[in-house]
Design a protein around this ligand. Structure first.
Ligand code: PEP
Ligand code: MG
Length: 897
């Protein structure tokens, strides 16, 4: 059977996004619902993939398009490009995931030298017909024939100057005919051939151009950033044209069923009367609100509201739509579950629960950990009491401070040299993507909340104020004027994406209401908040508590101090999964560890170790006190010892200078000798972790004594310490046996001496491939495993974790070798496979073995999903990420069971 590459809008549904793309699947769904969708058909992503792979369209496609087109013509009683009453179509891209403005669209396909007259006749509007024709040649020229867009805009500007008009709408039909002639001449000059007059040829070429636009550099960059796979391909939607530019009873708009920026209930949208689709999204003219639309055309407005309600009930979520009114008749051109800010996501999810449209479980799946993280970002301090110089639209929340730059190239260059920048543009277009990524925030003077700048910034979670029309941006002179005030390139500005306010200078930032809530509780946060903020904080509270009630994974924190431990507890940590002990040897205490290293014999070394004991003990007491009854995993010393000694070249200079000046440098010389002795070419693969414990007798014993005495002290004071001792960088069970023998003996001695039973769990980190592969042996001597996925990533890939990210990861990301650093999000295929093996082997030996992760991945949403699936007991992450991990652990339980 031949593959079906073409689907009529009446054939598919919303669940076929893989095949029909997001836009196609939703057009089909709306058609099924009986909503007013202009008829049309969708060419599948499969056709695109085959075309891109083979360099030619699949054999069966051409005829299938003919069949679909003839059906469309029959249904509408019109023929594509007919000289008397032409059917015209739009050709639009539509991938599985929305990629706003990244790929191509061609409108008005079917117009040519003859059908333009037919269109003029049936519409009784000559101006409209010629304007539509010139738009076709312009879009087709740019998109299909690869002619620089500028060439067309210059010709248009030239004509306007000659005709003495400033706006396109003031051009006469005569002017537009002339413009069509110059556009056709441009096509001929740049391609050596005439603009194609055959409507079917126009259609076929436009379809291929959409296929090809999947692979433009800007689309590829967008996909990398959004972690969208490069091999999905795009669908192509062929839709009969309806026109919003047929006079005052026509118009076009974009609307949301709720406010996508704040989450406030009630429809929200932008409308332009007498305009064509792309004019709204491009932000070229400032738009009207839906209330204005109601005044202009109440009938269409009422129908639009009813349709939006229907859509929201059907999708049970915020929908965004594009619509056109053609001579008083409403048409739906697109819908999808709308993108929204983090605050809107939480508020809308709980609103829908309260409206009985979704359950709490579903509400949990409607928000993400990274959205919660965004809400924890600091905001401008209201005590700043500074007056804004301008107010635009609050397009994407957050507080951004940086130097004003007026083009993307400068944004990228300045950001690379470490400057914070705010990109200031009249409006943005897809070519600005790199500048937007580099900038802290984006400010535009034109366009609404649905403009390119707003949509893309929201998607990136980047602060954006748009449509601040008091700001007069002059890109050529690299400056902006607000009244008498001038903002020049490099001047500090601050923008507030939650209020739309623009300030000059650098404003102070303060904690957000959500972090206030997390630290001080609901009552405190709500007491000081306005109505909208209170609704947001309550939504976060409800959803987070629900996540806690459903999740299986426990969430611990990585904390090395009592302060961090207390902070993490407030944020919901259920224990410490990693207490690194190395900082306890830094600062004033570094000299003591120096003495351990420099000791000439065992006795001297023991002495030096002894001096460290009380300090260590007091550190542990404080941490055990802060966590009290919760488990605390303390890791014995891990880094190579040379990290505690001064820098080699500095020492050499000191010795040389000291000698020259006749000072006593014998201590420095000793240190230098020790540095040389301890020098390793690959210290991360050298004398560290358990190897230190084995080579330097007494080192781990000292730490264990300090821990045991601290626990005794806590117990005597009525505490309930739950200590777990963890050995790092184990590769062989023999290492663990040796260290355990020593540790067990110390614990026993102290227990007996103090007459208090100490029950410490002793376990190991799994940080080396060999440890994972021999986990069945290692589990013989370990009561728990904690995956050190930082080192495990380093040792699995052979990447030096301290060097490679800065050295060549950008290049790797660029080439698509991975879409995100494996140090940030777990490499599931490689490192994940080792984790899985170790889990299985560890449990085979010791079924009840406790399993956790304490590498950076413990707080990464994607990795948390994997840790849940593979059956770990807990994740441990930095305090700030604890709430994110709680939420994600709940989400994955609901989504995967
Ligand atoms: C790890 O390797 O994942 C880990 C948690 O230990 P560290 O980062 O201290 O090496
Ligand atoms: Mg490690």
């Amino acid at each position: 059977m031949t593959t079906q590459y073409v689907y009529d809008f009446s054939e598919g549904d919303k669940d076929q996004k893989d095949l029909l793309g997001g836009k196609g699947a939703n057009l089909a769904e709306m058609t099924r619902l009986g909503l007013p969708v202009p008829p049309g058909f969708t060419i599948t992503t499969e056709a695109c993939r085959e075309y891109l792979a083979a360099g030619a369209e699949p054999g069966a496609l051409h005829v299938q398009i003919t069949t679909a087109l003839r059906k469309l013509e029959d249904d509408l009683g019109k023929i594509l490009g007919d000289a008397n009453d032409p059917l015209l179509v739009s050709v639009r891209s539509g991938a599985k995931f929305s990629m706003p403005g990244m790929m191509e669209t061609v409108l008005n396909v079917g117009l040519n030298d003859k059908s333009v007259n037919g269109l003029a006749k049936v519409s009784s509007n000559e101006r409209f017909a010629w304007d539509s024709y010139r738009r076709l040649i312009q879009m087709f020229g740019k998109t299909v024939l690869d002619i620089e867009g500028e060439v067309f805009s210059e010709a248009l500007q030239h004509l306007k100057d000659r005709a003495g008009v400033t706006s396109d709408v003031d051009l006469s039909p005569e002017n537009l005919r002339e413009l069509v002639d110059s556009f056709k001449a441009i096509v001929k000059e740049h391609t050596g051939r005439d603009f194609p007059q055959d409507p079917r040829e126009q259609l076929d070429l436009a379809i291929l151009a959409v296929f090809n636009s999947w692979n433009t550099p800007r689309a590829a960059l967008y996909r990398r950033r959004e972690r969208i796979s490069h091999d999905l391909g795009t669908a192509v939607n062929i839709c009969s044209m309806v026109f919003g530019n047929l006079g005052d009873t026509s118009g076009t708009g974009v609307a949301f069923t709720r406010d996508p920026a704040s989450g406030k209930t009630g429809a929200y949208g932008d409308y332009l009367s007498n305009a064509q689709g792309e004019d709204v999204v491009a932000g070229i003219r400032n738009t009207l609100s839906l209330e204005d639309m109601k005044r202009i055309d109440e009938k269409s407005y009422t129908e639009l509201m009813a349709t939006m309600r229907k859509l929201e009930t059907h999708y049970r979520d915020l929908c965004d739509i594009e619509f056109t009114v053609e001579k008083g008749k409403l048409w739906m051109l697109q819908t999808r579950v709308g993108k929204r800010t983090a605050a809107a996501a939480f508020r809308i999810a709980t609103q829908l629960v309260d409206e009985h449209l979704i359950s709490m479980d579903e509400a949990l799946t409607r928000v993400t950990g990274s959205q919660l993280a965004q809400l924890m970002f600091p905001q401008f301090d209201s005590a700043n009491q500074v007056k804004p110089v301008a107010v635009g639209m609050a397009a994407s929340p957050g507080a951004a401070v940086g130097r004003a730059v007026f083009d993307s190239k400068t944004a990228v260059e300045w950001a690379e040299r470490g400057e914070r920048v705010v990109l200031v543009r009249r409006e943005t277009n897809p070519d600005d993507l790199e500048g937007m990524i580099a900038a802290n925030g984006i400010l535009t003077s034109r366009g609404g909340k649905t403009s390119h700048a707003a949509v893309v910034a929201r998607g990136m979670g980047k602060t954006c104020v748009c449509g601040a029309d008091e700001v007069d941006v002059n890109v050529n002179e690299k400056c902006a004027r607000v009244g008498d005030l001038e903002i020049r390139e490099g001047d500090m500005i601050s923008i507030d994406g939650s209020t739309g306010q623009v300030f000059t200078g650098e404003l102070q930032v303060v904690p957000s209401p959500v972090s206030n809530y997390l630290e001080h509780g609901l009552d405190h946060a709500v007491a000081t908040a306005d109505h909208e903020t209170a609704e947001l904080v309550r939504a976060v509270d409800r959803i987070l508590k629900h996540a806690d009630s459903v999740r299986r994974l426990r969430v611990r924190t990585n904390a090395d101090t009592a302060d961090d431990s207390r902070w993490a507890r407030k944020l919901g940590a259920e224990g410490i999964g990693l207490c690194r002990t190395e900082h306890m040897f830094l600062g004033d205490r570094r000299v003591l560890i120096e003495r351990v290293i420099l000791a000439g014999n065992q006795e001297e070394q023991n002495h030096a170790l002894e001096a460290l004991l009380p300090m260590q003990q007091s550190d542990f007491e404080q941490i055990l006190d802060a966590m009290n009854e919760l488990p605390v995993t303390i890791r014995l010393l891990d880094p190579p010892l040379h990290e505690f000694l001064p820098d080699r070249s500095e020492l050499m200079v000191e010795v040389a200078l000291g000698k020259e000046r006749g000072h006593d440098v014998s201590h420095q010389e000793l240190l230098l000798a020790a540095v040389d002795r301890l020098h390793e070419s690959n210290p991360m693969l050298g004398l560290r972790g358990v190897r230190l414990g084995i080579v330097i007798p007494g080192l781990f014993v000292l730490q264990v004594r300090a821990i045991a005495q601290a626990a005794i002290e806590r117990i005597r004071r009525g505490g309930h310490p739950k200590v777990e001792i963890m050995i790092p960088l184990v590769g062989s069970v023999m290492e663990l046996h040796l260290i355990r023998d020593e540790i067990d003996q110390v614990i026993k001695e102290i227990s007996t001496r103090e007459n208090i039973d100490l029950q410490f769990a002793i376990g190991t980190m799994i940080e080396l491939p060999r440890a994972a592969l021999t986990a069945q042996r290692i589990a013989e001597a370990a009561e728990f495993f904690s995956f050190g996925t930082n080192d495990l990533t380093q040792t699995t890939w052979g990447f030096s974790r301290d060097d490679v990210e800065a050295a060549f990861f950008a290049n790797y990301l660029d080439k698509g070798i991975f879409t995100v650093s494996p140090f940030e999000s777990l490499d599931i295929d490689g490192v994940g496979a080792l984790v899985k093996i170790a889990v299985e082997k560890g449990r085979a030996t010791r079924p009840g073995i406790k399993l956790g992760v304490c590498g950076e991945h413990g707080g990464d949403p994607e990795s948390i999903k994997f840790f849940h699936e593979v059956g770990l007991d807990y994740v441990s992450c930095s305090p700030f990420r604890v709430p994110v991990a709680r939420l994600e652990a709940g989400r994955v339980k609901v989504l995967q069971g």
